[in-house]
Design a protein around this ligand. Structure first.
Ligand SMILES: Cc1cc2nc3c(=O)[nH]c(=O)nc-3n(C[C@H](O)[C@H](O)[C@H](O)COP(=O)(O)O)c2cc1C
Length: 368
C-alpha cells in the first residue's frame, strides 16, 4: 500500500466566514494598467478567470473610488455606472469558475500628478507635503491638505464605491490601507503632520481609516469587508516611526468592526527574500491580536507559504508576481511544478494580451 502523503498546507481548505475556500492561495491585488480611461475591459475577464479556481479567493487590482482617486494610467474605477457595468461580466467569469472575488478599493492621495486630477487640480492628502519630485521618474504634484470638513465626503466615496462593488457582483471589498496611498498618508507619522483630530496621536491618525472601515461595513456588511495594511513598508516615502505599535493598534481596533479579514504586507518587501525558507515573525503580534482571517503577502513562495500556514503565522497567503506569471499557480503548487518567470517589463503595459493573458499554463497532456 502506498504511504499516505501529508497534505500540502497551502492546499488545505479554510472557512473564511461564509466563504468556503478550498485552498489558501490568494491572488494578491495587482495593478495592470489595462483599464482604458478607467473602465475595466473584456480582457480582464480572461485574465481573472484564468486565475480563478473552485473555492479560491481572488482580490482584484486597486480600483478608484472617485475622480480624484487616480494616479496611474488606465487603472480601473468603480464610481460611475459605466464602470460598474463593465465590471459585471468580469465578476461573472470569475464566479463561473466557482471562485470568490473581492475588489480592492483605493484613493492614491498624493501619489498623483496634475494630469490625473479633474481640471488639473492638486491631488488631496492628509498633508501639503509632496513626494520628492522626480522619485521613480514622476513629476509628483504637491498635494493639498484636506480640510476637516471635507473628510466625510471622502469616507462617503469609499462607502458608495463598496455599494457599487456589490452591485457589480463582487463578494466583498478590500480597503487599500497600504503602500503609501491616501489612507496610509493619514496612518503614518512621517507623512501626517495634521494638528486636528485626524493627526498627532496614534488614535487620531487611525481615525480616517477606521471611519472608512465603519462606513463600508455598515453599508455592505462586515463579513464582506477586508483591509490591507503595510506598517513596515516605506513605499512612496510613507514611513512610520513605530510600525509595531501602529500595526498592533490597527489590528485591535479593527476587531471592533468584526471585518472579515486583515491582509498585511510582510516586513520584507523588496528585500530580495525568497532565498531562505524562513517565515518572518514580524507580523505575529498583529496575527494574534486580530480575531478573524489573517492574510500575509510579499516575498512568499511555495515553501514559505506552506510554512506560514503550518506554523499558523497566517490563515491565507497572497501571491503577487508568481500568480501574475502563472495562471495555474494553484495547480503548480499542488504538484510542485516549476514556475514561469514574470516579465517586469509588461507589468503595467497596455497590451490586452502580451504579458497579461499569454503566460502559459502547464502542459499536462502527457501526465494524464
Ligand atoms: C505589477 C504589480 C502591481 C501591484 N499592484 C498592487 C495593487 O493594485 N494593490 C496592492 O495593494 N498591491 C499591489 N502590488 C503589490 C502586490 O500585491 C504584492 O504585495 C507584491 O507583489 C509582493 O508580493 P509577491 O512577492 O508575491 O509579488 C503590486 C505589485 C506588482 C508587482
Amino acid at each position: 500500500m502506498a504511504a499516505k502523503k501529508d497534505p500540502i498546507p497551502l492546499l488545505t481548505p479554510y472557512k473564511m466566514g461564509e466563504f468556503d475556500l478550498s485552498h489558501r492561495i490568494v491572488l494578491a491585488p495587482l495593478t495592470r494598467g489595462r483599464s482604458y480611461n478607467n473602465v475595466p475591459q473584456p480582457h480582464a475577464a480572461v485574465y481573472y478567470s484564468q486565475r480563478a479556481t473552485e473555492g479560491g479567493l481572488l482580490i482584484a487590482e486597486a480600483t478608484g473610488v472617485s475622480d480624484t482617486s487616480q494616479g496611474y494610467r488606465d487603472t480601473p474605477g468603480i464610481w460611475t455606472k459605466e464602470q460598474v457595468e463593465a465590471w459585471k461580466p468580469i465578476v461573472d467569469a470569475v464566479h463561473q469558475k466557482g471562485a470568490i472575488f473581492f475588489l480592492q478599493m483605493w484613493h492614491v492621495g498624493r501619489v498623483s500628478t496634475y494630469g490625473f486630477q479633474p481640471n488639473g487640480q492638486s491631488p488631496i492628502s492628509s498633508t501639503n507635503k509632496g513626494i520628492t519630485p522626480g522619485l521613480d521618474g514622476v513629476d509628483w504634484a504637491p498635494p493639498r491638505r484636506l480640510s476637516i470638513d471635507e473628510i466625510p465626503s471622502i469616507v462617503n466615496d469609499f462607502r458608495v464605491a463598496a455599494r457599487n462593488a456589490i452591485e457589480a457582483g463582487f463578494d466583498g471589498v478590500e480597503i487599500h490601507g497600504a503602500n503609501g496611498y491616501l489612507i496610509e498618508q493619514f496612518l503614518k507619522n512621517k507623512v501626517n503632520d495634521r494638528t486636528d483630530s485626524y493627526g498627532g496621536s496614534l488614535e487620531n491618525r487611525c481615525r480616517f481609516a477606521l471611519e472608512i472601515v465603519e462606513a463600508v461595513a455598515n453599508e455592505i456588511g462586515s463579513n464582506r469587508v477586508g483591509i490591507r495594511l503595510s506598517p513596515y513598508n516605506r513605499f512612496m516615502e510613507s514611513i512610520d516611526s513605530d510600525p509595531d505599535k501602529l500595526g498592533l493598534y490597527m489590528a485591535n481596533e479593527l476587531n471592533k468592526f468584526d471585518i472579515r479579514y486583515l491582509h498585511v504586507i510582510d516586513s520584507r518587501v523588496y528585500s530580495g527574500a525568497g532565498i531562505e525558507d524562513k517565515v518572518p515573525r514580524k507580523l505575529l503580534p498583529m496575527r494574534k491580536a486580530f480575531k478573524n482571517t489573517f492574510i500575509v503577502a510579499s516575498g512568499y513562495n511555495r515553501s514559505k507559504g506552506n510554512l506560514a500556514i503550518s506554523k499558523n503565522y497566517a490563515d491565507l497567503v497572497a501571491f503577487g508576481r508568481f500568480f501574475l506569471a502563472n495562471p495555474d499557480l494553484v495547480r503548480r503548487y499542488e504538484i510542485d511544478a516549476p514556475l514561469n518567470m514574470y516579465d517586469r517589463s509588461t507589468f503595467g503595459t497596455p497590451d490586452p494580451v502580451v504579458g497579461y493573458t499569454d503566460y502559459p499554463f502547464l502542459e499536462e497532456a502527457n501526465n494524464e
